[in-house]
Design a protein around this ligand. Sequence first.
Ligand code: CMP
Length: 156
Amino acid sequence: MNEERTLIIIKPDALQRNLLGEIVGRFEQKGLKIIGMKMIQLEDAILAEHYSHHVDKPFFASLKNFMKSSPVVVMALSGLNAISAVRLIVGPTKGYEADAGSIRGDLSLSGQTNIVHASDSSGSAEKEVARFFKSEELFDYKKIDFEFVYGEEERG
Ligand code: CMP
């Protein structure tokens, strides 16, 4: 089974708008397994690392201010092809362009306050999970719905 891990940051706008449960629920309902979850306050150093490809962009200062404006919730999820599956559930960056049914399509109208961050590739996912979680904060456990979330051949 091509089990992948991916990182989600539930952003300050989601917490302020009381959307935390809604967002966690969407990932749970899909069948993804939560293997790590915590609330943290982001700071300049980790944001400069996490958004290193954006540091020279004109919106970087305002992105940092937004991401530090309240705590965030970080989650590590695992599942079959989890990286691409999560990106479909989340939708493209700009909420006003995202399809209805996706988290951003249903809950955001913005290119910045877009509810969640999700890892965009297998290269970045492993780095991002390791950036936000120590190994002892990630849990390997059996979920009783496994046999019904996946077909026999997928379970391997
Ligand atoms: P995210 O998926 O976390 O990746 C980078 C983030 O930068 C993005 O979501 C938005 O929150 C933010 N972002 C991207 N483009 C813009 C923009 N043009 N103006 C402001 N913020 C942006």
